[in-house]
Design a protein around this ligand. Structure first.
Ligand code: HEM
Length: 437
């Protein structure tokens, strides 16, 4: 058996590890940790950060046998038993029931006209020289699109509660550490209250839809028709959990991706010009439909490059459920690992000029073929890869084409977006000014 290495840490403070440095500037801290200790480094006695594409791929592919999607409620350091691993696997399988069909690309294409119609309505409210809080504009629009996909048009009534729940989750999970479950932290209290309220509303909604099925196909109608591992229909309670988890997966990530894309285009004149030129050339002023997106190669590359530089899910967590070897490092059951996709996506071994916004790199087929599977993971990889990527990419594509056909968006002088690396990587206070075309 070959020898394994213990991951190294910057400091060895008991309990808190590098928490203070991390909280001062998360991205700078992680860059420094990677520079000092390379592929896999230790944060404290229970948590590792992974930067290396090979380790990342291994970890994600071995999910559910040896690495389990992280569970903040569970205290770190306690080893998993075989029965617990099996139980987690069964829970996860249940969680995914019905989703591959509900989020399938054909279903997304059928929904695309609704995305365009809602986006057109929203963009009609923008006027020349208006200063937009861009992320909040996208939140308003994406909330409507998401609830329509999930529940149909009537679902708009749920938007205020859903947004409050998402906000409370952001506030609570903003720290790398979880407080003990018994500790009545005000953010936890608020989150629990909103989660209870949301669950109650969703339960009413699910029961009502079960009794009075709507004609339109929605994510909920797919879940109501789905069966679980035991071939039985999903319970209403499980459907509510799936809906709540997906509402969180769907909105903030896509809002963040759209915000970064339009910030990068506002910052980079040459790529922006190519982006606009392609849309004008391919569509010649007509409205885009979903099938046009595959013709808009440069637009597609700009979206890919945005997700490389600013992956909304910039860290992916796993609980380690094995004692063994991870690409030459010792890993032990009960510890945690955070995959830092933000830095893997900027690994100079795989990306030339890794910090530059160069959509063209994705036009090079040879480069695309060679990219390491663990070096570009905006939607993850392996068993838990994102099921919502067709929906997200269609939303980002159609909304962006509609914006580009109507407006230029520019940054106010001397204003730059600040990176906010929390539960989702998002720009802080992104202001863009509307210019008519
Ligand atoms: C730009 C937008 C999005 C990004 C960047 C993104 C990113 C990700 C990533 C990185 C994962 C893997 C997590 C892991 O392995 O632990 C994931 C999983 C997932 N995402 Fe997304 N996502 C996006 C949009 C969506 C949307 C719109 C939906 C649903 C409507 C969705 C539903 C899911 C689901 C169901 C999973 C699988 C969870 C599991 O099996 O454990 N995502 N997403």
């Amino acid at each position: 058996m070959h020898e394994t290495t213990q991951p190294q840490a910057l400091t060895n403070l008991p309990m808190v590890g590098d928490l203070v440095h991390y909280e001062q500037d998360r991205l700078a801290y992680l860059k420094h940790l990677k520079e000092r200790h390379g592929d896999l480094a230790r944060f404290d006695h229970n948590l590792y950060f992974a930067f290396d594409p090979e380790i990342i791929e291994q970890t994600l592919l071995r999910t559910h046998q040896e690495f389990i999607p992280d569970d903040f409620i569970r205290p770190a350091g306690i080893p998993y038993s075989t029965a617990q691993i099996q139980e987690k696997y069964v829970q996860w399988k249940q969680f995914r029931s019905g989703l591959p069909k509900a989020l399938h690309v054909s279903r997304v294409q059928a929904f695309a006209p609704t995305i365009s119609a809602l986006a057109e309505q929203h963009l009609a409210t923008w006027h020349p020289r208006q200063q937009l809080n861009f992320s909040s504009e996208m939140q308003t629009l994406l909330s409507r699109i998401t609830v329509q996909y999930f529940f149909g048009a009537a679902g708009e009534a749920l938007i205020p509660l859903i947004n409050a729940f998402i906000d409370a989750r952001f506030q609570f999970f903003n720290s790398p550490y979880s407080f003990p479950k018994w500790f009545p932290h005000p953010k936890r209290v608020r989150l629990r209250k909103l989660a209870r309220q949301l669950h109650g509303r969703l339960l009413e909604w699910v029961q009502h839809t079960r009794e009075h099925p709507a004609e339109e196909e929605t994510l909920l109608s797919f879940l109501l028709a789905a069966t679980g591992r035991d071939e039985q229909p999903l319970t209403d309670h499980l459907i509510c959990l799936i809906l709540a988890a997906n509402l969180f997966q769907a909105g903030p990530t896509t809002i963040s991706a759209l915000s970064w894309l339009w910030w990068l285009l506002a910052e980079h004149a040459e790529p922006a010009q190519k982006f606009y030129q392609e849309i004008d050339h391919v569509l010649a002023g007509r409205a885009a439909v979903a099938s046009d997106l595959s013709q808009l190669k440069y637009v597609e590359c700009a979206i890919k490059e945005t997700l490389r530089l600013y992956p909304p899910v910039w860290q992916i967590g796993r609980d380690i459920a094995t004692d063994g070897d991870l690409c030459g490092y010792t890993c032990s059951n009960g510890k945690r690992i955070r995959i830092v996709s933000y830095l893997a996506h900027r690994d100079p071994r795989y990306f030339q000029e890794p910090d530059a916004f160069r959509p063209e790199r994705w036009l090079d087929e040879e480069f695309v073929r060679k990219v390491h599977k663990g070096a570009y993971i905006p939607f993850g990889t392996g068993p838990t890869r994102c099921l919502g990527s067709p929906l997200a990419l269609t939303e980002i594509g159609l909304i962006s084409v509609l914006i580009a056909q109507r407006f230029h968006l520019r940054l106010p002088a001397k204003k730059h977006a600040k990176v906010s690396p929390h539960l989702v990587l998002r720009p802080d206070k992104l202001t863009l000014i509307v210019e008519p075309r």
